[in-house]
Ligand binder design. Structure first.
Ligand code: GLU
Length: 492
């Protein structure tokens, strides 16, 4: 049987859109599930969109996400871009240099399936305006179809600027089956003589994508449905070149909660945004797989291996998948909870440093205690800052009503007094102290249960609810506790 080969073929625009990552993921899952190959190719024939460092960034983001390539571009140990696989090079601009597209253009021209076009921008603008004014769809009027090959060659030899266009037959239906959208048919009368080679000599996306998918043996083209209108052009080219077209799978767009396409301006839309917020790749990937696809079982927590096992195009929804960041948080929290404490401590540290809560030399023991304390309540690493910052404040401000009420109870001064007395008997607050202090206060004051715990919590944290009090006491340490108890006692 023919090897299943899929490719992710982004243009290096400088960042990886979350919708792009989902496309890469679905390609990857299907390729792996079919024991096929996953290829990473770079489509950079639009030189005006080129961004320095974008390719390296892309490779790193995919790697971070756990999407491994079988063929395509990769980075060597020194961070240089390398080609891996038999179909190299995998960067289109490199393929242009090797003249890979030339032979196919020549063939199309020879066979009368493509032609040179010398129309100037002014002329093209002019016909477009006129068509618009007539209420027609703008398309090339075929003016240069009449130029003989001989004349064209002469004009080219004379240095005249030109492009190559495909020559569509009149009134011919072009059809293809899409795994998600079904059968699609479009008549060539509603299509344009697409430019294949631009005046700078570079192939257009439409031409390069067909040549490369063919040369790389791609069996399934899985991409965003914004490419659906382009597909008839590609199907025509496959036919013109005498090749078999791949299977097409056009994925519905990833939408935000307002039903609009996720955009960089209004949403977190790049993979980098999510990485920086402290999502785990496992969490992001798990959730992203579910945006527009669902497994047969109703499971929602799935590892990469389980996704590979269960993924199919039949279960990709026809309508756009809505990206719900609360759901992402919920999924990601699952992976945060599964982390070993030293790992979690390592992950949260940079966020706490950046927020100025701790510095590089902060005690690892305490950091791990913090990690353990908040493991159940954070969904992503960045949340550690807002959740733990009260531990690092000199003063606690009690704003919540319940907490104010608790902290102003009649018995509170005696609780605080008892706490302070116990504190003065030790040099350091250790685990033993933290574990026994409340019982000791209870013994001294006779106050117990809710009436004991809630006020103490309110005074120490500013809240009536929150993480384990024993941990809080230990993290605050002698000085932190003294500060809070004194402040409260003197203050109110
Ligand atoms: N180069 C296109 C992009 O930037 C990919 C389209 C395709 O997969 O054919 O999204």
């Amino acid at each position: 049987m023919k090897e299943v080969r899929l490719r992710f073929a982004p243009s290096p625009t400088g960042y990886v859109h979350i919708g792009g990552l989902r496309t890469a993921l679905y390609n990857y899952l299907y390729a792996r599930g079919q024991k096929g190959k996953f290829i990473l190719r770079i489509e950079d024939t639009d030189r005006t969109r080129y961004v320095e460092g974008a390719i390296e960034n892309l490779i790193r983001e995919l790697k971070w996400a756990g999407i491994e390539i079988d063929e395509g571009i990769s980075l060597d140990e020194s961070g240089n871009i390398i080609d891996v696989g038999d179909c190299k090079p995998y960067i289109q601009s490199e393929r242009v240099k090797q003249g890979i597209y030339d032979k196919y253009v020549d063939k199309l021209i020879e066979e009368g399936k493509a032609y040179y076009c010398f129309c100037t921008k002014e002329r093209l603008d002019h016909i477009r305006e006129a068509q618009k004014a007539d209420g027609k769809v703008a398309k090339y009027d075929g003016f240069c179809r009449g130029v003989s090959l001989e004349e064209a060659k002469e004009r080219i030899a004379n240095g005249e600027e030109h492009v190559v266009r495909m020559k569509l037959p009149a009134n011919k239906d072009i059809s293809f089956d899409d795994a998600i959208k079904g059968r699609i048919t479009i008549n060539t009368d509603d299509m344009d003589d697409q430019v294949l080679i631009k005046s700078d000599g570079f192939p257009t996306y439409h031409f390069a994508v067909v040549v490369d998918d063919h040369e790389m043996g791609v069996t399934h083209v899985v991409r965003g449905d914004e490419w659906l209108p382009s597909t008839p052009k590609h199907v025509f080219l496959y036919e013109a070149l005498g090749w078999e077209a791949p299977k097409y799978v056009h994925l519905p767009t990833v939408l935000n909660k307002s039903g609009k396409k996720l955009s960089k301006r209004n949403d977190d839309a790049s993979v980098e945004d999510f990485r920086k917020k402290g999502y785990l790749p496992e969490g992001l990937i798990n959730y992203l797989a579910l945006v527009g696809w669902s497994p047969e079982t109703n499971e929602e927590i799935l590892s990469m291996d389980e996704l590979i096992d269960q993924f199919s195009f039949e279960r990709v929804s026809k309508s756009g998948g809505v990206f719900d960041s609360e759901k992402l948080d919920w999924v990601n929290a699952h992976y945060v909870k599964a982390l070993e404490i030293p790992k979690l401590a390592k992950y949260i540290k940079p966020y706490m440093i950046e927020a100025g809560l701790i510095d590089e030399d902060f005690s690892n023991e305490k950091l791990e205690l913090i990690a353990q304390t908040f493991q159940e309540s954070i969904h992503k690493f960045s949340e550690i800052v807002e959740q733990s910052e009260f531990l690092f404040k000199d003063k606690i401000e009690i704003v919540e009503e319940d907490a104010i009420e608790m902290a102003s109870g009649e018995q509170v001064p005696s609780l605080i007094e008892a706490f302070k007395e116990e504190l003065s008997t030790v040099d350091e607050v250790d685990e033993e102290f933290a574990k026994t202090i409340m019982k000791k206060i209870q013994k001294k004051t006779g106050v117990k249960g809710k009436n004991l715990y809630m006020p103490v919590r309110a005074v120490l944290t500013g809240n009536v609810h929150g993480p384990e009090l024993v941990n809080i006491i230990q993290i605050l340490g002698k000085e932190g506790l003294e500060n809070r108890l004194n402040q409260f006692h003197q203050g109110e």
